[in-house]
Design a protein around this ligand. Structure first.
Ligand code: ARG
Length: 470
C-alpha cells in the first residue's frame, strides 16, 4: 500500500483532523469558516503555492516531477475556480484548504506534499501581501488619474477667481486653480504614503511556518525571487503575527477618503442654488421621486458617506489587533473583511469621483461676483494703509472701522466715496480704488505658494511636469 494512503478510511475528515475523534459542530463550522470572504485570495494563494513548490523542488525537498505535477494541477484548480466549477463549502473552512482539497482531486496523493514546510499562518500572510501589493499599485494609479483631472481643470481655469473661505465665511479672493491645487497636494501626500507602505507590504513571510520556522532546508530567498518580493521577513514570529501593513493601508485609505470627502462637501455646497459656482453634469446626478425640480449631487454625497465605512474599517482593524498575544490568533482571520472593503471602496470612489469631477461646469461669473461682496478686500485696505506708512496693527483697526462704517451705509468698501475714506484716515488717496480691485488683490499675492497669477501658473506647470502631462 502507498504510504500516503494508509489512512484512506479517514479521508472524509478535515485536513487537520488527525487528532480529532468527534466531528466539528455544524454551527461552529459555519462560524469558523472564512471562505465567503477569503475566496478572492485564490489567485494569490495559487501563485504562492507554485513558488513554494518550485523552491522545494530546487532544494530537493520534493522531486522536480512532483513539483511539475502539482504546478499543473494548481493550474487546473485555478481554471475550475475561474469557471465557477468549484463548490465552496464551510466544511473546508477557507480558500487555502479548498485549493489543497481540489488539488488532491486533480493530482492525487502527491497533493499531500504541497503543505510541507508551510503553515496556513505564513500562507495567509503571504497571500494577503501578494494581493495587497497588486491592489496598492492599482490604488496609486487611480489616485494619479484623479490628480491628472484636478491639474487639467486647474490649467484650463487659470483666470477663474473665487472667494477663499475660512470658517466658511468669505475671506480673501483666490484663484480657483489655486484651490484645486490644494487638493493636488493632499493627494500627492496620499500617493507618497501608499508608496511608502508598499515597501512594508513587499516583504515575503513564507518559511515562517506556524511561528518558529521549519526543519526543512528552505531557500526563502528563492521563493522571494520567484514571487518578486523585495525582501524576506527577518523574524518568523513577526512574519505570522504582523498586520501593520494592513493597518497602514487602511489608515492611508482613510486619509485619502477624508480628502475626497472634503472636496465632496465643497462640490455639494458649490452646486447648490445658494452658491451656484458649479454645475455637476446630469450623468453624475440623480433626480427626486417627488420633487421634479431636484438634481441631487448623489455621487459626491455617497463618496462622502462611504468615508465613514473606511474609517470604521480602520477602527475595526486597530481594535482587532490591539490585545493579541504573539503569534497567530484566529482573531486575525477578521482582518480581511475590513481590508477588502477598504480596497473596494477606495477604488470605486476614486474611479467614479474622477469621472464626475471631469464633468463639472465652472461658473466663472458667479464665482467672481461672490468676491465683490462680503468685504474680501478688508485685509487689502489694511495693506494699503501699511504701504502708506501706517503700522499693520493700527491699519487693521482702521480697516475694521471702514467695514463697520460701510455696513452702516449698506455699501461695500470700494463703494465708499473718497471723502468717506478720508474721514477714516487722511492717508487714503484716489489710488485706493485700484488697489482694492479683485484682480489687484490676486496679483499682489506674490509670496511663494500664494494665489498670485504667476505663482499659480508656475504651480500648475510644476504639477503637470510631476504628472508627465507636459
Ligand atoms: N483562514 C485563516 C485566516 O484567514 C487562515 C489561517 C488559519 N490558521 C490557523 N492556524 N487556523 O487567518
Amino acid at each position: 500500500m502507498d504510504k500516503n494512503s494508509k489512512n484512506s478510511n479517514r479521508e472524509n475528515k478535515k485536513l487537520w483532523g488527525g487528532r480529532f475523534s468527534e466531528e466539528t459542530n455544524k454551527l461552529v463550522e459555519e462560524f469558523n469558516a472564512s471562505i465567503d470572504v477569503d475566496k478572492r485570495l485564490y489567485d494569490s494563494d495559487i501563485e504562492g503555492s507554485i513558488a513554494h513548490l518550485k523552491m522545494m523542488a530546487n532544494q530537493s525537498i520534493i522531486t522536480q516531477d512532483e513539483a511539475g505535477t502539482l504546478i499543473k494541477g494548481l493550474g487546473k484548480v485555478k481554471e475550475q475556480i475561474e469557471n465557477s466549477e468549484m463548490q465552496f463549502s464551510a466544511s473546508l473552512e477557507d480558500i487555502h484548504m479548498h485549493i489543497e482539497d481540489a488539488l488532491g482531486k486533480v493530482s492525487g496523493d502527491v497533493a499531500k506534499k504541497l503543505h510541507t514546510a508551510r503553515s496556513r499562518n505564513d500562507q495567509v500572510a503571504l497571500d494577503v501581501r501578494i494581493y495587497l501589493k497588486k491592489e496598492t499599485k492599482l490604488v496609486i494609479d487611480l489616485l494619479y488619474g484623479f490628480q491628472k483631472s484636478l491639474v487639467k481643470m486647474a490649467d484650463s481655469h487659470l483666470d477663474v477667481i473665487m472667494p477663499g473661505y475660512t470658517h466658511l465665511q468669505r475671506a480673501q479672493p483666490v484663484l480657483f486653480s489655486h484651490h484645486l491645487l490644494a487638493y493636488y497636494e493632499m493627494f500627492k501626500r496620499d500617493i507618497q504614503r501608499f508608496k511608502e507602505c508598499f515597501k512594508r507590504i513587499d516583504v515575503m513571510p513564507l518559511g515562517a511556518a506556524a511561528l518558529a520556522g521549519t526543519t526543512y532546508p528552505l531557500n526563502r530567498e528563492f521563493t522571494k525571487e520567484v514571487l518578486s518580493f523585495s525582501k524576506v521577513s527577518d523574524n518568523s514570529i513577526d512574519s505570522v503575527s504582523d498586520r501593520d501593513f494592513v493597518i497602514e493601508f487602511i489608515s492611508h485609505s482613510s486619509i485619502a477618503m477624508i480628502h475626497f470627502s472634503r472636496l465632496c462637501e465643497e462640490l455639494i455646497l458649490w452646486s447648490s442654488s445658494e452658491f451656484s459656482f458649479i454645475t455637476i453634469s446630469d450623468a453624475f446626478t440623480t433626480g427626486s421621486s417627488i420633487m421634479p425640480q431636484k438634481k441631487n449631487p448623489d455621487v459626491a454625497e455617497l463618496v462622502r458617506g462611504k468615508t465613514g465605512r473606511v474609517v470604521g474599517n480602520l477602527v475595526s482593524i486597530l481594535t482587532l489587533m490591539k490585545s493579541l498575544p504573539l503569534a497567530y490568533n484566529k482573531d486575525m482571520q477578521e482582518d480581511k473583511e475590513p481590508l477588502f472593503d477598504t480596497v473596494d471602496t477606495l477604488k470605486i470612489c476614486t474611479e467614479v469621483y474622477t469621472r464626475m469631477f471631469e464633468n463639472i461646469k465652472v461658473h466663472k461669473k458667479r464665482m467672481y461676483k461672490a468676491c465683490s461682496t462680503g468685504f474680501l478686500n478688508a485685509t487689502d485696505l489694511a495693506d494699503y494703509l501699511v504701504s502708506k506708512g501706517m503700522a499693520f496693527r493700527q491699519a487693521h483697526g482702521v480697516a475694521g472701522q471702514a467695514v463697520a462704517f460701510a455696513l452702516k451705509l449698506g455699501k461695500e468698501l470700494d463703494d465708499l466715496s473718497i471723502e468717506e475714506f478720508q474721514s477714516l484716515s487722511d492717508l487714503i488717496g484716489q489710488d485706493v480704488y485700484e488697489f482694492l480691485t479683485i484682480e489687484k488683490m490676486i496679483s499682489r499675492r506674490i509670496s511663494y505658494g500664494g494665489t498670485g497669477f504667476d505663482s499659480v501658473k508656475q504651480a500648475v506647470q510644476k504639477a503637470m511636469k510631476e504628472l508627465d502631462l507636459k
